[in-house]
Design a protein around this ligand. Structure first.
Ligand code: SF4
Ligand code: SF4
Length: 393
């Protein structure tokens, strides 16, 4: 296993264990199976385990595995998350945090994250509840060792959130298809320049860069002289970047643990050269053939004076055609409604300002209309109205 350092010089395995995808049986985590996978991963050097308050039964399952294996807690770091968007007071935050400690059977969290921050407004909202003082107290008491945030939103907002607080680390969705969307490479490099470690989630887009690749793209990857699998290509691309600290993988089989640990013991910074990049560029081109709109996520068209997240809407619209309707619409719901202010494609009033800045010459207005027709289903509209009412409440 190769290790990278956090902000304070602690050694973190470059492969992290994402607990969210543990196998379920009868609605709850299959503890026996998960325990075997955890113990094997620890044996092979993994020391970073990621969970969250809102993953059903997940913190409690990790707590149960720790309780069954004396000494294990001291060998691993736990990362878990606060659903800050549900918090209405400092007391509620404290209560939720204590519940997490109880579920995990521990007296401290090594890496604590504000879960799913989408923009600066979301962070400011929770600041108004006194979260900064609360974090300071928790860190002083040793109950929280390091504080960070996980992010889903556009690059500019990521940079704003990054600069709005003295974070110890952050977590972003990043993979070779999201190189220029979400926080993206620019976000990663901004964090690196500030000395803030970055944890990577969705390194293979929830497995979609393995299971849902077009046939031709799969062939390009598997016909390579290295003999790497599609998953290995995606992971090695990440490990090669110096701004990446830990790559989370939602492992749920012993084979996956063995394979991912092997890759993480070989793939160091700078080991993905120009020849490998050329292969991935061809793969991206193949995936691009099924895109609805050739948006690169560069954000030159932003900001829209009416609040539309143009690259975000196009990313989710493309996802419908390259992955699945469900994943594209779920991402769109998260990216456009769960923000401080809605950013839906249908907010476009057709002023045309964005089109003058698009290097791809995309007819943004027409494309947004088509995207909204596909993405904004009756259920989406009901949910948007529901969220609006909840906000007023
Ligand atoms: S055309 Fe629509 S998306 Fe573009 S800037 Fe105007 S309102 Fe925003
Ligand atoms: S400028 Fe064009 S390519 Fe860039 S994000 Fe906007 S629509 Fe996409």
């Amino acid at each position: 296993m190769l290790y990278r350092t956090d902000r304070y010089g602690n050694q973190l395995s470059e492969l992290g264990f994402g607990c969210m995808r543990w196998t379920k049986s009868g609605g709850s985590v299959d503890l026996e199976k998960a325990e075997k996978e955890v113990l094997r991963a620890v044996e092979l050097g993994v020391n970073y385990f990621d969970t969250a308050y809102i993953y059903p039964g997940n913190e409690a399952a990790l707590g149960a595995i720790l309780a069954r294996n004396p000494g294990l807690r001291d060998r691993i770091c736990i990362a878990t998350k606060l659903p800050h968007y549900l918090m209405k007071s400092r007391n509620q935050t404290e209560h939720t945090f204590q519940e997490e400690l109880t579920r995990l059977g521990t007296d401290h969290i090594d890496y604590y994250l504000m879960h799913m921050v989408t923009d600066l407004g979301a962070w400011k909202r929770v600041c108004a509840l006194g979260i900064e003082d609360w974090i300071q107290e928790k860190k002083a008491s040793g109950q929280i060792r390091q504080i960070g945030f996980s992010f889903h939103g556009p690059t500019d907002e990521f940079c704003r959130v990054l600069n709005a607080y003295d974070w110890d680390f952050c977590q972003i969705q990043y993979n070779y298809m999201d190189e220029h969307s979400q926080a993206g490479r620019r976000g990663l490099e901004t964090a690196e320049a500030k000395g803030i470690p970055v944890i990577i989630m969705e390194p293979l887009r929830g497995g979609r860069l393995v299971n849902l690749l077009p046939e031709r793209a799969k062939q390009i990857l598997t016909d390579n002289p290295h003999g790497w699998s599609p998953a290995e290509w995606g992971l090695r691309w990440l490990y090669s970047q110096s701004g990446v600290t830990v790559v989370l993988s939602g492992m749920n089989s012993l084979d996956m643990v063995e394979e991912n640990c092997r890759i993480a013991s070989e793939a160091a910074v700078g080991t993905f050269g120009p020849a490998e990049q050329t292969v991935l560029d061809q793969v991206k081109k193949e995936i691009g053939k099924s895109l609805k709109v050739p948006c690169t996520g560069c954000s030159y068209c932003m900001p829209c004076p009416h609040g539309v997240d143009i690259p975000g809407a196009f990313r989710c619209w493309n996802e419908i055609y390259t992955e699945s309707r469900k994943s594209g619409r779920t991402d769109y719901f998260r990216a456009s409604i769960l923000r401080h202010k809605p950013t839906s494609a249908s907010l476009c009033v057709g002023c045309g300002r964005c089109e003058q800045h698009c290097p791809q010459s995309i007819p943004v207005r027409a494309m947004l209309r088509s995207a909204a027709a596909d993405l904004e289903t009756p259920w989406y509209k009901i949910a948007r109205a529901g969220v609006k009412i909840l906000r007023l409440w």
